[in-house]
Design a protein around this ligand. Structure first.
Ligand code: SF4
Length: 423
């Protein structure tokens, strides 16, 4: 979601004649688009602001947008006195106001619903992967999560607006559509005129009709919202990639209960089995939290077991960090940092091992991959497989770079694949 928000803000500033720079000493407007999901991310924002304020031009505007802005509110001005604006994730379109009136200080962390989607200019060119938000906020209230506080209750966008965005993205260069939402598969829009209810599966079917769109995916999914119509899309719609992010967070029913998440691990496994029945080569990714309050050694071993059983790829694990405004922050049984670190290292090691096994199994396969950009040296090109693995090929000596290329995988390590473009 932050990538999309950043692209929209960049489009706004470009529409005002500005150009992007990565050098804060050169910038007239400095904006940090922030995430508050972990305490470390929030700390990084304030240390970055401390570094930037020492090098920025005296009259440059500097501000934060996103979830740290919503979390900090007016306190952000106290912590960094030369901040000019603090805009929450649902009010970042108010950046227009500070550009028009740069001498003011602007604080807006209102929960403005879906207003922002219409308030900013459309992007004049789309990246190959267009991120299209379809819903905002979350009703699930996991006890560790700050999102319901920073992004509010769930709101689903009108499907007409979404398909207009998809069409615009296709007309301006997109090849892949990634539907976004904190609870993306909970998308539900009841048309007040027709009474018809639209789901994510309807959006996928409409999008697949657009010829230039070749790949479709969505993130992040809540396990018990994987309805049969959506699972069936993996059977019937070939443009839907065989890859799904469906976080489980823990393999222990006790921990899941305390997290206020679906605690029937067998039900989760049943959903994965249905998905594999619909699309036999589908791969699943997850996020995991280790060291949640009260997590015992046995609870943690259950997480290790589910990670191995499902065989998650492209997954992330984090140490639990208490966030303000959350129930879990006040729970008894907080786990010492050393124990969290040991568990994190073990789970991380297992996830890396599974990834390595999957990457190895891809050798000699030919996959259609989407171009992402040059690597750091400029000597190679980076593509993404349908399973989101980074794949590196030699830069062709002549001719245009193919946006979609058939690539034979020739080598693999735990982080990436190597391959050659097949004519
Ligand atoms: S489902 Fe996701 S976004 Fe919603 S409360 Fe839980 S962790 Fe947060």
């Amino acid at each position: 979601m932050n990538v999309y928000d950043g692209q929209r803000l960049a489009a706004l500033m470009e529409s005002r004649g500005m150009t992007a720079t990565t050098d804060p000493a050169d910038a007239d407007v400095i904006l940090l688009n922030t995430c508050a999901v972990r305490a470390k991310a929030t700390d990084k924002v304030y240390s970055a602001l401390g570094r930037i304020r020492r090098v920025k031009k005296p009259d440059a505007l500097m501000g934060i947008v996103g979830c740290v802005a919503r979390e900090s509110g007016a306190d952000a001005f106290r912590r960094v006195r030369d901040l000019n604006f603090v805009l929450g994730p649902q009010s970042y379109h108010k950046l227009i106001d500070i550009l028009d009136n740069p001498d003011a200080k602007l604080l807006n962390i209102d929960m403005g619903g879906l207003e922002k989607f219409d308030a900013l200019p459309p992007m004049t060119r789309s990246p190959l992967v267009a991120y299209i938000p379809i819903q905002e906020g979350c009703n699930h209230c996991c006890t560790y999560c700050i999102v319901p506080y920073t992004r509010g209750r769930e709101l689903s966008r009108d499907p007409i607006d979404i398909i207009n965005d998809v069409t615009h993205a296709a007309q301006t260069g997109a090849v892949e559509i990634c539907f976004l939402g904190q609870n993306v598969n909970g998308y539900k829009f009841a048309d007040p005129k027709s009474g018809q209810t639209y789901r994510l599966s309807d959006l996928i079917q409409e999008t697949a009709k657009i010829d230039v769109i070749k790949r479709i995916r969505f993130t992040s999914s809540y396990p018990t919202e994987m309805t049969d119509d959506l699972i069936d899309m993996f059977r019937t719609e070939p443009k839907l990639l065989p890859f799904l992010n469906m976080p489980i967070q823990s393999g222990s029913p006790d921990v899941l209960t305390r997290m206020n998440r679906p605690n029937d691990v067998n039900q989760y496994i049943d959903i994965v089995n249905k998905l594999r029945d619909a699309r036999p080569n589908i791969q699943i990714s997850s996020d995991f939290i280790v060291g949640f309050p009260g997590e015992t050694d046995d609870d943690f071993e259950q997480t290790m077991m589910i990670a191995r059983k499902i065989g998650y790829i492209n997954s992330y694990c984090f140490k639990y960090s208490p966030r303000p405004h959350t129930v879990a922050a006040t729970m008894s049984g907080q786990i010492p940092e050393q124990i969290k670190a040991v568990r994190l290292a073990r789970l991380d090691g297992l996830l890396n091992e599974i990834q390595r096994e999957f990457n190895d199994a891809c050798r000699d396969q030919v996959m259609e991959c989407l171009y992402e950009g040059p690597d750091k040296t400029g000597m190679h090109l980076v593509y993404r497989t349908p399973f989101m693995q980074q794949t590196i090929v030699a830069r062709p000596t002549d001719g245009p770079i193919a946006h979609l290329a058939r690539i034979r995988i020739t080598d693999a390590n735990k982080a990436s694949l190597r391959g050659e473009i097949v004519e």
